[in-house]
Design a protein around this ligand. Structure first.
Ligand code: CS2
Length: 476
């Protein structure tokens, strides 16, 4: 990268806001904000973004200190740097929810987008509704007029709009959940129904919740990101983000109040996003989770190091092929080419993506990434071993064994529950398989699943992971 960054090809001040985004992290800045920036440059419109961080102040202060602008460094495959100007300003829940609700209830807000991570919603995937035991959901059901969490904010903002006769915004979930729009719709309607049934009916009838598949590998920004952005722009940029060159956004086209020209930023509009979501969640994210657990315990700090480990790299390829074999037809997609591309993206030497970061929140990730494709493979009579391997690596991580790894934190919203289950005696596999809502019972009970899972987990709990990987790869 020798030239300075590419500047916005439009006058940001000439465009009003039309989107409130919840979850102002690196991923949003690298993905939806970048795509909206391209849309503004190509076709204009009042579609700038008010970015909300529900808890943190630092990210918001950094952005507001520079008029919402930030440097996006795109690395590898022709990497470059761009100044993104689509975010008008940031708001933080640390200052109270009043200004956030005001932004969400203003008539000009026509879309609310979300990247808050899987665990922040408080979804009950078994019922398809909300989880009333989730701390934020519980607090917001007790006091719906003063929400603190994601569902509570959406319900309250929609309630205020309804009372004021303002048309509802479209809710666009951009988290890595299967049928994310449908899941969020179910949770929002359920949360509303528990306090205001008429509002629930109105939301069910009037609010659009298109699903979307999002993809761009975006590690957490570090001091090096900021130093590089400063070198490129000639001024400090504590809001800079780095990401890969690749990006993909597949969206269901259901935006009653309009939307930006996101096609200009490469987005694809389809009538049903499910097959694309399955492909991405099972292949990219499934392989990511598998390699994060196996790689972390084999001493690999970054994903790129995993791909230079011949044994683990073969296992990643085995996983991608097994996951790809569970998918239905995908018009316009060549799964072999997608697999090759994923291997190259994981290997990108310019992206420092920590295995430990991906290993977080396994209880929220494993169902759609590993167990759903394992069930599909079982139904099709395919080999379950690649999925059982990934499950064993997750269980080994949860068990906290330190024979091959220095002590580490288990970062998971259900960590305490899992520790209690493990402390109650019995085998690690049995204890973790019995956690509600994680391993589908039909899979857990199948000997064709249990036998390889138990065998590989036993090996991972007693032998260095590097040795287990070597043996497993040699048997492919
Ligand atoms: C990763 C994802 O952290 C994780 O769990 O698997 O964030 C992944 O990098 C993105 O989904 C890529 O689009």
């Amino acid at each position: 990268m020798t030239q300075g960054p590419i500047q916005p090809a439009y006058d940001p001040q000439a465009h009003g806001t039309g989107i409130v985004h919840l979850g102002l992290g690196a991923f949003h800045k690298a993905h939806q904000a970048a795509c909206t920036d391209a849309a503004l440059a190509a076709s204009g419109g009042d579609w700038r973004i008010i970015g909300v961080s529900l808890r943190s102040r630092a990210a918001v202060d950094a952005l507001n200190g520079q008029d919402g602008r930030f440097t996006l460094i795109e690395r590898g495959e022709g990497g470059t740097a761009r100044i993104i100007a689509s975010i008008a300003r940031g708001l933080t829940g640390a200052d109270g929810m009043g200004p956030i609700l005001a932004a969400m209830t203003a008539p000009e807000c026509r879309i609310v987008t979300l990247t808050v991570t899987e665990k922040a919603y408080g979804l009950d995937r078994a019922t398809g509704g909300c989880d009333p035991a989730h701390p934020a959901v519980a607090a917001d059901l007790r006091d719906p007029a003063h929400p603190t969490g994601v569902l509570g904010l959406l319900v309250r903002a929609l309630s205020v709009r309804r009372a004021a006769g303002t048309a509802p915004f479209t809710v666009l979930c951009c988290d890595n959940l299967p049928s994310n729009g449908r899941l969020l719709r179910g949770a929002v309607v359920d949360a509303a129904r528990r306090t205001d049934p008429a509002l629930a009916d109105w939301i069910a009838a009037k609010v659009a919740f298109p699903s979307s598949m999002v993809d761009r590998i975006t590690p957490a920004a570090t001091a090096e990101t900021w130093a590089e952005a400063a070198a490129l722009t000639g001024r400090p940029d504590p809001a800079a983000v780095e990401t890969e060159a690749f990006h993909q956004w597949v969206i269901e086209d259901d935006f009653p109040l309009g939307r930006p020209d996101w096609e200009a930023g490469g987005a694809i509009f389809v009538s049903d996003v499910t097959p694309y979501e399955d492909m991405k969640l099972r292949m990219l994210n499934g392989a990511h989770s598998m390699l994060a657990y196996a790689g972390f315990h084999a001493g690999h700090r970054f994903v790129r190091d995993v791909i230079t480990d011949p044994a683990l790299s073969r296992l990643v390829l085995r996983h991608l092929r097994a996951a790809g074999a569970t998918l239905g037809p995908l018009p316009g997609i060549d799964i072999d080419a997608y697999t090759d591309r994923l291997m190259r993206r994981f290997a990108n030497p310019a992206i420092a993506h920590e295995t430990f970061q991906i290993a977080m929140d396994g209880t929220e990730k494993m169902p759609q990434r590993i167990f759903a494709p394992a069930l599909a493979a079982r139904a099709a009579g395919q080999d379950l071993r690649p999925f059982a391997f990934a499950a064993a690596a997750w269980m080994r991580h949860v068990a906290g064994a330190t024979h091959d790894t220095p002590p580490y934190d288990l970062r998971d919203p259900r960590a305490a529950e899992m520790r209690a289950a493990l402390g109650a005696g019995g085998s690690v596999a049995a204890a973790l398989s019995a956690l509600p809502g994680i391993v589908p019972p039909a899979l857990a009970a199948d000997p064709a699943w249990q036998a390889p899972l138990r065998e590989m987990l036993e090996a991972m709990l007693t032998t260095p992971m590097a040795e287990v990987l070597h043996r497993e790869a040699a048997a492919i």
